[in-house]
Design a binder for this molecule. Structure first.
Ligand SMILES: N[C@@H](CCC(=O)N[C@@H](CS)C(=O)NCC(=O)O)C(=O)O
Length: 214
């Protein structure tokens, strides 16, 4: 199998964690691709995924996308316990990750970001984090599954692009369970790597959490 891959992509990371957890890492050849919503679609990716997005997995049975489809395919033997709760956590995490990516794109807009939409993103991310704080016990009690995989990648993206947002101080229960996930070999082995450093200052100081949410 071949995977359209980037070390910076939170959605690709879901696939990489799943490959580690299922012991299938050796079955996949990684193909480095640069993609971004505001760049012309990468032709190599577009040829396999008309949406121009990664991850996309090339298998003998055809090309698979998106990350949730790929992860389900890779874990067809059920190593990571799945179910409606796990999928709901995955949907929440993926939706929040979509927001973080769209927010970055908005901040890169040459004419400046549209304040109405970045304000909406901020409100939603705060709501997601407040919700996850209330789910911390349930997350800790549930076996590590597809929802946890997606949450690791969402929180990893938050740490990668908004390293100073201080979410651990505001959401200590979530920080506690996230620290347990961070110790898993699949998670440490897939830490985000910025192989084109230089634009991280773009988001500095934009995302903060309010005292009321603690
Ligand atoms: N729902 C998709 C989202 C994938 C996605 O947004 N990937 C980003 C990279 S992390 C991408 O390919 N962006 C390029 C674009 O939007 O054109 C999934 O779960 O795989």
């Amino acid at each position: 199998m071949k995977l359209h891959w980037s070390p910076r992509s939170p959605f690709v990371r879901k696939v990489m964690i799943t490959l580690h957890e299922t012991g299938r890492l050796g079955d996949v050849e990684l193909m480095r691709n640069v993609v971004a919503a505001h760049l012309p679609p990468n032709p190599a990716v577009l040829a396999d995924n008309p949406l121009g997005k990664i991850p996309a997995l090339i298998t003998d049975a055809g090309v698979l996308f998106d990350s949730r489809v790929i992860c389900a395919y890779l874990d067809r033997d059920g190593v990571l316990p799945d179910g409606p709760q796990a999928q709901t956590w995955a949907a929440l995490a993926d939706g929040a990750t979509d927001i973080l990516l769209a927010w970055r794109t908005e901040l890169a807009r040459p004419t400046g970001p549209w304040a109405a939409i970045t304000g909406s993103y901020l409100t939603k991310i705060r709501a997601v984090m407040a919700h996850l704080e209330t789910e911390a016990d349930a997350l800790a009690d549930a076996p590590f599954g597809p929802g946890h995989v997606a949450l690791v990648c969402f929180l990893g993206q938050l740490d990668f692009r908004w390293p100073d947002c201080g979410w651990r101080d505001h959401f200590p229960q979530l920080a506690g369970v996230a620290a347990d996930w961070a110790a898993r070999p699949s998670v440490t082995a897939t830490a985000v790597v910025d192989d084109s450093a230089g634009d991280n200052a773009l988001t500095a100081g934009i995302l903060t959490f309010e005292k009321e949410t603690t």
